[in-house]
Ligand binder design. Structure first.
Ligand SMILES: Nc1ncnc2c1ncn2[C@@H]1O[C@H](COP(=O)(O)OP(=O)(O)OP(=O)(O)O)[C@@H](O)[C@H]1O
Ligand SMILES: [Mg+2]
Length: 346
């Protein structure tokens, strides 16, 4: 697999997310008033540079997809500001917002669910082109070019989705996302539904397209070895918060947050002795975002907790240039340096 250098970090941000909150109202009363809120994303800030792969990792339910959907305008943020190339997304009129949103596309986990089973794939790829007002006579040529770009034969345009393998279907979904010449693609678990043997083909396709077209990716995945190889920077989320953010190289070598330590130590290892030595398991269950703990979100499970940890929320603070951690005691206990070994074992 190809490893990218994080040189893009110096370039201008394509996306800026400031203090984003997405709270879902639940348990509505008869009058329709919510009785409670799920704090799926609770005050996160980050930026994505042009041509960068920015990944989000964390346990199921920590708010990864919600972050991506809010960025794409599929969910309305409860609070916070989103900027695209320096312009606030909300300041534009409806047409302006639509134009910007076309430049941000998404590739979901399940390519079959993303395609209309009754529509030939040429039509599926042409749909967004038509919606954007592309003249009819140009569409067949553009569809053929998009199929070329994702490594599928032009003659496949007349076929239905069920005539393709899972990997080919994901290529079709990527071609459709590329139709709008996006500057950002949110990849939400883009290879987890695919056979292991074809995962790397799709990941290499994403990298090739990034190198050719300069696209930025917001990459969401549970597969930490993929994240390590593909990403420029990585944010670790826990219960709606970013708890650690660094370049992939730095994060997987010098980990400071106890949650990141636990997350990385869950990576399967081959040698049983080293397996035991590296194991760091958090006690207790993941709290619900309906009723998150006061103070540090990890307080209910952290072996390093002190009284300060339940008094206030630790802010994400730079511990080294480009490496931020939200933990009062990070410097005392970190960095935990042994994780890179687990990857070299693979
Ligand atoms: N529409 C909704 N209404 C209420 N709660 C929601 C809604 N959408 C998501 N949630 C909750 O918000 C939290 C974050 O969900 P999200 O889908 O962002 O998690 P995730 O990190 O993408 O998880 P996974 O890895 O399983 O995909 C979860 O607790 C989820 O149950
Ligand atoms: Mg998700």
């Amino acid at each position: 697999m190809i490893v990218q250098s994080p040189t893009v970090l110096e370039s201008q941000p394509l996306i800026e997310v400031r203090h984003l909150k997405v709270h879902f109202p639940v348990n509505r009363s008869l009058t329709g008033r919510p009785r409670a809120w799920v704090k799926a994303v609770d005050d996160i800030s980050f930026s994505i540079c042009k041509g960068e792969t920015f990944s989000i990792v964390g346990e199921s339910g920590c708010g990864k997809s919600t972050t991506g959907y809010a960025l794409l305008g599929m969910l309305k943020p409860t609070a916070g500001e989103l900027y695209f190339e320096g312009r606030p997304l909300e300041s534009d009129d409806e047409e302006g917002r639509r134009m910007v949103r076309r430049q941000m596309q998404i590739v979901f986990q399940d390519p079959f669910a993303s395609l209309n089973p009754k529509m030939c794939i040429g039509e599926s790829i042409a749909e967004p082109l038509r919606a954007a007002g592309t003249p009819q006579e140009k569409i067949p040529g553009l569809v053929a070019d998009l199929l070329d770009m994702v490594g599928l034969h032009r003659s496949y345009a007349d076929r239905l989705p069920n005539q393709f393998s899972g990997g080919q279907r994901q290529r079709i979904v990527i071609a459709r996302a590329l139709a709008m010449q996006p500057k950002l693609i949110v990849c939400d678990e883009p290879v987890s539904a695919l056979d292991v043997s074809i995962r790397s083909q799709i990941l290499n396709l994403l990298l090739k397209l990034q190198q050719e077209l300069g696209i930025s990716y917001l990459f969401i995945s549970h597969d930490l070895s993929v994240v390590r190889h593909l990403s420029d920077r990585v944010a670790v989320m826990y219960l709606g918060h970013i708890v650690e953010l660094a370049t992939a190289e730095e994060l997987f070598t010098n980990t400071f947050h106890p949650y990141t330590k636990a997350l990385f130590s869950a990576i399967p290892r081959i040698e049983p002795e080293r397996k035991k030595a590296h194991r760091f398991i958090l006690q207790g269950d993941l709290p619900t975002p309906l009723n998150p703990p006061r103070g540090c979100p990890l307080i209910t499970r952290c072996p390093f907790r002190q009284s300060i940890c339940d008094q206030s929320m630790p802010e994400l603070q730079e511990i080294h240039p480009g490496h931020s951690v939200a933990c009062f005691r990070a410097k005392e206990f970190g960095p935990f340096t042994s994780f890179s070994e687990s990857f070299s074992e693979k």
